[in-house]
Design a protein around this ligand. Structure first.
Ligand code: DAH
Length: 339
């Protein structure tokens, strides 16, 4: 039995020396010290020994067990240390490396110009409102005095959701919503997206932006309309800008007009931007039609008002001389970062 113990001692020492992993270490522990381990077997068989032999063999067996336990603990600690060190080496961060550049965004040109426009009107006492893009046919057409047969109602031109609900084709329905909610005096500016069934090309898009204006009070005249919009044009394009009004037709205003400004690029001399006309059309406007006032519960014998609507996208493309509308909606950062 003593011989057996000596063999166990020698072999366990040798095996422990070659250990590479914690897994191997555990296998060695089971092999010698486990329930069915070699040393455990020896200790179990000690009952068969004589009274003199038992303490001697017992002591030797205990020594070997302690030795193996100690070596296992030491080896495990060393292996763990080695793993940690190699992990620290692998996961080492070089704090001197340059970091990833953070890109700082910029306002979209549409946002920039919208802010310029709203600022001018806020200066003249207007409030800024928002309206629904999904709109009732009633607000988009009926209440705005469009006849049942107005061509803009055509399914070919307008995105209907149902017969009564559509994507608004203009921001003008907010004239009606505002007058329904608010008593005069009213001075509001309503920017927003509008939708029409147009094919996309350099000058058309099924989604674009308008800015609507509405003023209603006692004694509002065409002179107020012209004065307000002339001030606006001068603030947006410079003090030397001139405006002119041409008669036009809109169902919800009477009389109606379109306003042209002298071209900001050539100051009216004629150039590529204004197609050598010297003037650029920038908005539609007019005195709010009495029918519209009545539809909103406003008495046309007491109140009058003017309204105007402009295309924001066109103002932006003119200002920055952008020759393709699509550039505004593609959100290519190489394009947008130029403004
Ligand atoms: N809603 C018109 C359009 O989309 C633009 C417009 C013209 C608005 C005259 C107005 C206005 O408020 O008075 O063509």
């Amino acid at each position: 039995m003593k011989d057996k113990l000596e063999i166990i001692k020698r072999e366990s020492i040798k095996e422990l020396e070659g250990v590479e992993t914690l897994q191997q270490l555990e296998e060695i522990r089971i092999k010698y010290l486990g329930k069915k381990g070699e040393l455990t077997q020896v200790l179990r068989g000690m009952g068969a020994l004589s009274a003199e032999e038992r303490p001697v063999v017992g002591q030797l067996a205990n020594e070997i067990r302690d030795y193996i336990n100690t070596r296992i603990d030491e080896t495990a600690a060393a292996l763990k240390r080695r793993d940690l060190e190699s992990r620290l080496k692998k996961e080492n961060i070089d704090v001197t490396m340059p970091s990833k550049r953070k890109e700082i965004g910029k306002s979209h040109p549409l946002t920039k110009v919208l802010e310029e426009v709203t600022e001018v009107f806020i200066g003249m006492g207007f409030s800024i409102l928002d309206g629904p893009e999904i709109e009732k046919t009633y607000y988009n057409f009926d209440a705005l005095n469009h006849s049942k047969y107005h061509p803009a109602r055509d399914m070919q031109d307008t995105f209907y959701i149902t017969e009564d609900i559509l994507l608004r084709t203009q921001t003008s329905p907010m004239q009606v919503r505002t007058m329904e909610k608010q008593k005069p005096p009213i001075r509001v500016l309503v920017p927003g997206r509008v939708y029409r069934a147009d094919e996309i090309d350099a000058t058309h898009s099924p989604m674009f932006h308008q800015i609507e204006g509405l003023v209603v009070d006692k004694g509002i005249t065409m002179a107020n309309l012209k004065g307000t919009l002339d001030v606006f044009a001068k603030k947006l394009y410079g003090e030397s800008t001139k405006t002119r009004f041409r008669p036009h037709h809109f169902p919800f205003t009477e009389p109606s007009a379109e306003m042209d400004c002298t071209c900001a690029a050539c100051k009216g001399a004629g150039c590529r931007v204004c197609k050598y006309e010297g003037w650029i059309e920038i908005l539609g406007a007019g005195m709010v039609h009495p029918n519209v006032l009545r539809n909103c519960g406003v008495d046309p014998d007491i109140y009058s008002g003017f309204a105007f609507g402009m295309g924001l996208d066109r103002i932006v493309t003119l200002k920055y001389e952008i020759d393709d509308l699509r550039l505004l909606f593609e959100n290519d950062k190489r394009f947008l970062s130029q403004f």
